[in-house]
Design a protein around this ligand. Structure first.
Ligand code: SAM
Length: 305
């Protein structure tokens, strides 16, 4: 399987504080970060992992099948609380998420995450839950589609793309990536084709996987489930995700959220996290040269107080 783990040493150096601790990898993928965690733990340590993607789940289950310290679940990381109950775990020593999609998902045409080749227009990480991208394009109103492309893809041309989508589906149903690609090529100058396609596919992927809401839920639950001194390490790949991580951590680290101008604090807020990385950690030039997909990565780390 082809996936080069991003900021591998840096992320796991932050994450591991106790060699016999209990850790959670919410985005197991192809086991790059999980493998490094297991290497650093002793035989009393434990790693619980999740992935929404069936192939990633099966791959990790097989890859670590001889390791009793590892369990993986085919589910979203927002189920961290239910999984901790099933595993009889009260608190974790460290929690990791390496968001987005893996190179394997992007490179496997049948996964339908790439617009470079024709494939079913799906974009769900778990193909058995929720709406696919083609359902969305066939069912949502033109205004709703424009809103999704604008908000989740930051696509300025969202209205004209949505208009063409609405015209297209009067005669044909969406089912393939090539249909959407053709529409974008019709309304966009050629030099912007790739960037526009990336933004449109990103917007649809974020929407059908409910990525931003799930990230917020995951951070809230993780903060409650970390042991004091335990680290939350999150790698994100676009500004919408990074903003959520940054703002959530900032809120959790504040000792007062009273409106400005209040003479005394009345909110009673208690900080639950301490910011460890004031600025996000990014891959160095050598890593970007070796792995181009790492170029947009931003890692933020916080510690439970
Ligand atoms: C960038 S890859 C992770 C790669 C992994 N760290 C490695 O080194 O092999 C992201 C993975 O997260 C999974 N994923 C994305 N959102 C998820 C969620 N909400 N819950 C569980 N898995 C998710 C994707 O299916 C994908 O396999």
């Amino acid at each position: 399987m082809n996936h080069e783990p991003v900021l591998l040493k840096e992320s796991i150096d932050f994450l591991i504080t106790d060699k016999q601790g209990i850790y959670f990898d919410g985005t197991a993928g192809f086991g790059g970060h999980s493998e490094e965690i297991l290497t650093r733990l002793n035989d009393k340590g434990k790693l619980i992992a999740t992935d929404k993607d069936q192939s990633a789940f099966e791959y990790c289950r097989e890859k670590f099948s001889g390791d009793r310290r590892f369990s993986v679940y085919h589910t979203g990381f927002t189920n961290i609380d239910s999984i901790s109950k099933i595993e009889f775990i009260d608190q974790f020593d460290g929690i990791l998420a390496d968001l987005g999609v893996s190179s394997f998902q992007l490179d496997t045409v049948e996964s339908g995450f790439t617009f470079r080749e024709d494939a079913p227009l799906d974009l769900r990480m778990n193909k058995s839950e929720g709406l696919s991208a083609s359902d969305l394009l066939n069912k949502f109103s033109q205004e709703e589609i424009a809103g999704i492309l604008f908000e989740l893809g930051e696509e300025k041309n969202s209205r004209s793309i949505a208009k063409k989508i609405a015209e297209f589906r009067l005669t044909e149903k969406f089912s393939r990536t090539s249909q959407l690609k053709k529409i974008i090529e019709l309304v966009t100058p050629e030099r912007f084709w790739n960037k526009t396609l990336s933004r449109v596919f990103q917007a649809l992927r974020i929407y059908v996987n409910n990525e931003l809401e799930e990230l917020k839920i995951f951070i809230d639950k993780s903060v409650s489930l970390l042991k004091p001194g335990g680290k939350l390490v999150i790698l994100s790949y676009h500004s919408l995700e990074d903003r959520i991580v940054k703002e959530k951590i900032k809120y959790e680290s504040l000792s007062c959220v009273c409106p400005s101008g209040m003479p005394v604090c009345v909110c009673g807020k208690i900080p639950r996290m301490k910011l460890i990385t004031r600025k996000p950690v990014t891959p160095d030039d050598a890593e970007v040269v070796k792995n181009r997909r790492s170029r947009s990565a931003k890692m933020r780390v916080a510690e439970k107080v």
